[in-house]
Design a binder for this molecule. Structure first.
Ligand SMILES: [Zn+2]
Length: 326
């Protein structure tokens, strides 16, 4: 194909540029979402971590948890901000896998301890990334960063109803109905021991989800660990108009597959959903296993359910439609 026609008449130049516009891949305007799970190409028990990349190149790491092998994980690349929905070990990262594919999908080997610093803080520190959280969590992270020689100012607050820009992405937090205590192991020292002995946790405010508005207009809801909330209707759908939902479906600790499907079908009504936090080996060879919670969720959901297969990047347009990689 000839790309330049210096002596062509005006109409031909116009036709050429129209053709080129139509033929250009839309990827430059899409949001790229890459799951970082414990096992390549699968959705496994502890998988929560996602990298969400704005068309402008801004990269956010959501709930690094236990399936990122620390700051050296080659899958991370540049990270501009680390998001932490709440302080439980499987989200902030009390320990993590030593390498990808260690252990079984249903029982990953997460033997590397990252308490009391947390995997999220270790990654943010090494990457020079911000940590953007709500509630009373920013002071906890600021203290960790300072104790490790980092900049406490890199821990930034965004509470319910407010917003903060990181690159071209507007970030807000939304309520999650769950719990959010910090266990002694993440505090360390005498206070940590005393809390553990008493069976208590430290207060860091309510747990959160996030709503992210990307520079191409795509609005994404990250549920965090939550039950059914009124705000999924009143705030996430009616105010922000989320088009893509990342929904935790694992049951017992959060909404199960049927409750999660109700949130998607009746409260938020997005264009598509990514199942997350299944707390099971949900796939084999990248295909959903029949009879799993993930399978139940897919069948109950009225919109397309995309599986966050580790390492497989999915591209979403501004309307929440997966245009590549799903
Ligand atoms: Zn969890």
């Amino acid at each position: 194909m000839r790309l330049t026609q210096p002596f062509s008449p005006g109409w031909a130049t116009l036709a050429t540029s129209l053709f080129l516009t139509a033929a250009l891949p839309a990827s430059a305007e899409n949001v790229k979402i890459t799951p970082l799970g414990s096992h390549d190409g699968e959705l496994c028990r502890f998988d929560r971590a996602l990298i969400l990349e704005d068309p402008d190149g801004t990269r956010l790491l959501y709930d690094a948890g236990r399936t990122v092998t620390g700051p050296e994980d080659p899958r991370l690349g540049k990270i501009d901000a680390v998001l932490v929905s709440h302080m439980h070990g499987d989200h902030v990262g009390d320990r993590h896998i030593a390498r990808v594919n260690a252990g079984e999908c249903g029982k990953p080997d997460t033997s590397v301890v990252s308490a009391p610093n947390t995997n999220s803080v270790d990654i943010a520190l090494a990457k020079g990334a911000k940590i953007v959280t709500g509630s009373e969590m920013p002071r906890f992270f600021a203290g960790k960063l300072q104790a490790l020689g980092g900049d406490p100012g890199a821990s930034q607050l965004v509470r319910f109803g407010g917003s903060r820009m990181v690159g071209g992405v507007s970030i807000t937090t939304v309520p999650a109905v769950h719990s959010n205590g910090v266990v002694g192991a993440l505090i360390g020292g005498k206070l940590g021991d005393m809390l553990d002995t008493a069976g208590l946790t430290a207060y860091v405010g309510p747990p959160t989800g996030y709503v992210l508005t990307f520079s191409n207009g795509l609005v994404v809801y990250l549920s965090g660990d939550t039950g059914i909330t009124a705000e999924q209707d009143s705030v996430v759908r009616r105010h922000y108009g989320a088009k893509l939902v990342v929904m935790n479906i694992g049951d017992t600790f959060t909404t199960g597959p049927k409750e999660a499907a109700y949130v998607v079908n009746d409260l938020i009504k997005p264009a598509a959903v990514i199942a997350s936090h299944a707390n099971e080996a949900a796939t084999e060879d990248g295909k959903v296993i029949a009879g799993t919670k993930t399978d139940t969720f897919i069948k109950a959901s009225a919109v397309p359910v995309h599986l966050p297969l580790s390492g497989h990047t999915m591209d979403f347009d501004s309307e929440g439609t997966c245009v590549r990689g799903c």
